[in-house]
Design a protein around this ligand. Structure first.
Ligand code: RUB
Length: 309
């Protein structure tokens, strides 16, 4: 029996949400691409061409999260810089290991910086499941603070259930609310901070994150509650806000067949765009930065598009 195709296995895992969350998607994509390169045969030109084809297939599996595009770009850059097929394979493996190690280091640095902006006794509202945002809140508790989190359920995939499990395990007081409760929570509770993750930060500082983020941020502005997004280098992109593709997922995630009358379309856009003026800042590896500063710092560090051929 032929060995399973690592690219197809990862595409399937990402499409089916077995692997989800921007950071995890980037790491999985880089690993799959490196695995593909180590198995490829032929001349250096053929190895590079095959790597680019595999990268394009992986890149299409979750189009909104630029972490995937960046991670694949870093691996392609490393492969393209080598002159022999053997060196390309070593370079791909090393680049994938670097993507994973940097993602871990990035999360730890963001957790340290972000925790400093979570006051002792704070009530923090969060949306969806971001491993980075969870790490910030867990760090605040590890630093000796008492923190209460209010997590949205996040329809339709209900990532909020994972968030509340992880935050509770980290020692926070935790409440779960339905997405529609956000305004009521902001109006009736002393929420100190809204903290969310990021799938992509566009070049004008627009945050692209789980559907509902833009509304949560608008309501937070109305109630004068600061909004932070935990976003390391791999989340930044040269794309304009309008060019960040918003993934539409199957309607069955929202309503099962037969739950709505014939002729009713069920839309399932799973990300939205939060303009930078609704954000107080991005918590990056270099600390809490305004959207403009965060973009200025990170744009020059992204992989070059030429690596895609
Ligand atoms: C997850 C989501 C998260 C970001 C950041 O959406 O929007 O906020 O991906 O996550 P989905 P992390 O569940 O559809 O992937 O901080 O873990 O990178």
């Amino acid at each position: 029996m032929p060995a399973p195709d690592p690219v197809q296995a990862t595409v399937t895992a990402i499409r089916s949400m077995q692997v989800r969350g921007a950071a995890a998607i980037g790491i999985a994509g880089a690993e799959a691409l490196a695995h593909h390169v180590t198995r490829s045969r032929g001349s250096p030109a053929q190895v590079l061409a095959g790597a680019r084809r595999a990268a394009r297939r992986l890149d299409a599996s979750r189009p909104t999260a630029v972490t995937l595009h960046n991670a694949l770009g870093w691996v392609l850059e490393a492969v393209a810089a080598e002159a022999t097929a053997a060196a390309m394979k070593d370079a791909a493996k090393a680049a994938a290991r670097r993507v994973a190690a940097e993602a871990e280091a990035s999360r730890a640095a963001i957790a340290r910086h972000g925790a400093r902006h979570v006051p002792d006794g704070a009530v923090v509202l969060t949306h969806c499941h971001s491993g980075t945002a969870v790490a910030v809140l867990a760090q605040a508790v590890a630093d000796g603070k008492t923190v209460e989190a209010i997590a949205t359920e996040t329809r339709p995939f209900r990532q909020g259930l994972r968030t509340v499990r992880e935050l509770r395990a980290a020692g926070l007081e935790v409440a779960l609310v339905v997405d529609a409760a956000v305004e009521h929570v902001l109006a009736t509770r002393d929420v100190d901070l809204v903290l969310v993750g990021a799938d992509t930060v566009a070049r004008d500082g627009t945050l692209v994150n789980k559907i509902g983020t833009a509304g949560v941020a608008a309501l937070a502005r109305l109630h004068e509650v600061p909004v932070h997004s935990a976003a390391g280098l791999a989340k930044f992109s040269k794309w304009s806000a309008d060019d960040v593709p918003i993934e539409e997922r199957p309607s069955a995630e929202v309503a099962a067949a037969g739950e709505v009358p014939r002729g009713v379309r069920v839309l399932n856009p799973v990300f939205d765009r939060t303009p930078p003026d609704r954000l107080d800042g991005y918590v990056t590896e270099a600390g809490l930065l305004s959207p403009a500063r965060a973009v200025r710092r990170n744009l020059p560090r992204l992989p070059a598009e030429e690596a895609w051929g």
